[in-house]
Design a protein around this ligand. Structure first.
Ligand SMILES: CC(C)(COP(=O)(O)OP(=O)(O)OC[C@H]1O[C@@H](n2cnc3c(N)ncnc32)[C@H](O)[C@@H]1OP(=O)(O)O)[C@@H](O)C(=O)NCCC(=O)NCCS
Length: 172
């Protein structure tokens, strides 16, 4: 299995994969289409897992913001992440996350946020974001699902605080 950047020719397969992984609904597939067309899209952070010429997993890391009274900081959000149902529990989701985080570091980002399963993402270092002073107003979710990962140690307590904001595409 290889993890690589998504190409234009993968779009159809990625749509189908997300449709199947999210229980035969199109919401996430359509969200991906919107993000691809947005300013927040970073092509090298749309990752696919490929095996035997089939795409078995996909992860999309894109731009988001932390806003306080004076500043706006660019951060990354991971959403969505999906593995083909027949290929789950083989570590593919984990490999996509790890490769994505590595690429985020290489691109100079310091924080990755997400809303997700509270027992899955902590395995990769994600922690409850509200514990570090980050707010979320756009979605009403419990503390355990709003998470952050600090890519370079030492920033959380010293550099930024504020409200985490998804791009507007997450609401259309
Ligand atoms: C969540 C998902 C991406 C994980 O991918 P994966 O390749 O199966 O994950 P990995 O093989 O790296 O890890 C498997 C572990 O994740 C756990 N896991 C899978 N789904 C989970 C969930 N909804 N909540 C908590 N843990 C979950 C498995 O139980 C397994 O645990 P174990 O290692 O203790 O046995 C995949 O299950 C999926 O596509 N689910 C449907 C779409 C979805 O919910 N996406 C995430 C949105 S936040």
């Amino acid at each position: 299995m290889i993890i690589r950047s998504e190409q234009l020719s993968d779009y159809g397969e990625v749509f189908k994969l997300n449709y199947l992984a999210f229980g035969n609904r199109e919401d996430e597939s359509k969200l991906i289409e919107s993000i691809r067309l947005s300013e927040g899209f970073i092509p090298e952070l749309s990752l696919v897992a490929e095996e035997n010429e089939q795409i078995v997993g996909h992860a999309l890391f894109s731009k988001a913001e932390i806003v306080d009274e004076e500043n706006c900081h660019e951060v990354i959000v991971l959403a969505p992440l999906a593995v083909l149902p027949s290929n789950q529990k083989r570590g593919i989701g984990g490999k996509l996350i790890q490769e994505g985080l590595k690429r985020c570091v290489e691109l100079g980002y310091t924080f990755v946020f997400l809303i997700g399963h509270p027992t899955y993402y902590p395995k990769f270092g994600f922690k409850q974001a509200r514990n570090y002073g980050f707010e979320l107003k756009q979605f009403d979710v419990s503390d355990d699902v709003f998470m952050v990962l600090e890519l370079t140690e030492g920033n959380i307590k010293t550099t930024i605080k504020g409200e985490f904001r998804f791009q507007s595409h997450f609401f259309n």
